[in-house]
Write a protein that binds this ligand. Structure first.
Ligand SMILES: [Zn+2]
Ligand SMILES: [Zn+2]
Length: 127
């Protein structure tokens, strides 16, 4: 394991999506990998599907907003795309996800969705 501690302290404020993603990836690495094994690679809000390189845009949201709470069955996790995740956190203004503005906030593909209709879609579309 190559643990690069300095990356988490050294916040370069580049407007680069790649840098932001890499930073998030490092922080999320362990539980994210576990979550990706448990859940289908679909955003729980907008229903977008992810595969290959795009999987980097799929993130793990903590339902109780406590990222120390990582039960092995994944009951506190929800997979969300970057846009929906930023959206989710901007509503609550909690600390887990508010360090950077949404890189694509001017380009949000879904603005009228509701969490429940997305949930319903997930259940209906289960393949
Ligand atoms: Zn989404
Ligand atoms: Zn979250």
């Amino acid at each position: 394991m190559a643990a690069t501690k300095k990356d988490s302290n050294d916040h370069r404020k580049e407007a680069s999506l790649d840098a932001a993603l890499r930073d998030r990836e490092i922080r999320q690495k362990t539980y994210r990998e576990r979550a990706l094994k448990i859940f289908p690679w679909v955003c729980g809000k907008c229903g977008r599907e992810f595969s290959g390189k795009k999987i980097r845009e799929l993130t793990v949201h903590h339902k109780d907003h406590n990222h120390e709470n990582n039960p092995p069955d994944g009951s506190n996790w929800e997979l969300l795309c970057l846009y929906c995740h930023d959206n989710e956190h901007s509503r609550f203004l909690d600390v887990e996800w508010c360090d950077t503005p949404a890189p694509g906030s001017t380009d949000n593909p879904v603005t009228t969705h509701t969490p429940f209709s997305a949930l319903k879609d997930m259940l209906v579309n289960k393949k």
